[in-house]
Design a protein. Structure first.
Lengths: 101, 311
């Protein structure tokens, strides 16, 4: 499923135009981005949480120079799947594997 | 992750609504539907790339051994699927904005850097050496040229003004600008051609006086030399003919005029007192004329005249 398919499906479910759906998707993603940039965490229902994690300055291996280097402090976006999504995916897979949970 | 930085769904919905320009209800419905659709898509095992944001994908994890974190008892984790989110660089850079200026630090300095540096140094040294060599060669070339020129000049200078007082050459100058004096003297000298002595058998009155016609390139210096064999007697000729010379400039005599060569009672090599007096007076006259012309040679001639000539 790529972005256009996602937009199409959501538009069909809600009965809105594709353009409107696209605009809303863009607004949602940009809002998430801006909130993450400000250091906030956003939880989407049924999906999961977008958050930021700050890594301290740490030593790490750099394949380019085949040596260790000191990586600077940095902040990265992280996503943690919500329990509902986890259960869904987990159940599906376990069902396929024949071991219902 | 603490709770104080969390945005409630309500606030988030309002933000999205204001950004998209729709009502809060529509935005809320959209967000819920979006999450549900994405969850369905992930359940089906497909990945969801979102432009300039990130990519959701799933990985399958096989059955593995683990333990209960509470009791520590071992248990088997069944195979399952995990959901991952991989942020794209646009989102990464946006989130990392506060620490954007930080750079990776090398723990051990680059051990290959010195090679480059020495190579650069060697290159620089070779360049400098080449430049120095080039400069030396150029300068030596210049000096050798200079040396030849200078020696020539020295030679000529030795030939001509070696004696204490010198010349005051030149004639001709048909309205020319004077060339470099040294050259001018050197050139005309050979061209002396005392063609003038055509006159010596003087049909005119004075059998005692020789007459010389000035031809182009002649100088008093040259005439004196060709006549007497000693150019330093030229002021005598000048003094003798001074009344006929319109310019009163010892350096400039007109072409074609006839110069009378005074007769010496003695000879140039063994002059009589009268000749020496004549020569001294001539030098004084020349010095005076030079003085009038503000020629720097005047001082030299005046000095010689004041010293006088002795046998």
């Amino acid at each position: 499923m790529d972005q256009t398919e996602l937009i199409d499906q959501v538009a069909n479910e809600l009965g809105i135009s594709n353009a409107q759906s696209q605009r809303l998707l863009k607004a949602t993603l940009r809002e998430i981005r801006d909130l993450l940039r400000a250091g906030h965490a956003v939880t989407l229902p049924h999906l999961g949480t977008f958050d930021t994690a700050t890594y301290k300055e740490h030593r790490g291996y750099r394949p380019a120079s085949d040596d260790f280097a000191l990586f600077p402090k940095r902040r990265v976006p992280v996503f943690r799947a919500g329990t509902l999504l986890r259960d869904d995916v987990y159940d599906i897979e376990s069902d396929e594997a024949g071991t219902p949970t | 992750v603490s709770d104080d930085n969390k945005i409630t769904l309500h606030a988030f919905t309002e933000l999205v609504a204001s950004r998209a320009g729709v009502s809060n209800v529509d935005a809320d419905a959209y967000i819920h539907q979006l999450a549900k659709t994405m969850a369905e898509g992930l359940e089906q095992g497909s990945e969801i790339p979102l432009y300039h944001f990130g990519r959701f994908h799933t990985t399958h994890v096989g059955e593995q051994e683990g333990h209960d974190p509470n009791s520590g008892e071992p248990l088997t984790i069944p195979e399952h699927t995990r959901v991952h989110f991989r942020p794209y660089s646009a989102l990464r850079f946006a989130v990392n904005a506060p620490f954007r200026q930080l750079r990776i630090k090398e723990l051990t300095e680059d051990k290959t850097a010195w090679r480059l540096r020495t190579r650069a140094l060697i290159l620089l040294a070779v360049l400098v050496l080449l430049l120095i060599l080039l400069g030396i060669s150029v300068m030596s070339g210049m000096f050798s040229q200079d040396a030849s020129v200078v020696s020539a000049e020295k030679v000529s200078a030795k030939v001509e003004p070696a004696p204490p007082v010198d010349e005051a050459p030149v004639d001709e100058a048909p309205a020319t600008v004077t060339t470099a004096p040294a050259e001018a003297q050197a050139a005309p000298a050979p061209a002396i051609e005392t063609a003038a002595p055509a006159e010596p058998p003087p049909p005119t009155a004075k059998a005692t006086t020789t007459v010389v016609t000035v031809s182009p390139g002649d100088t008093l210096w040259a005439i004196a030399e060709s006549t007497w064999g000693d150019p330093f007697w030229w002021p005598v000729i000048y003094a003798e003919n001074r009344s006929e010379l319109s310019r009163l400039n010892p350096d400039r005599i007109n072409i074609g005029i006839i110069l009378r060569i005074p007769v010496l009672t003695g000879s140039v090599n063994s002059p009589s007192d009268e000749d020496l007096r004549l020569k001294t007076n001539a030098y004084r006259i020349v010095a005076d004329d030079y003085q009038k012309l503000e020629n720097p040679r005047a001082a030299e001639y005046a000095k010689v005249a004041a010293r006088g000539f002795k046998k």
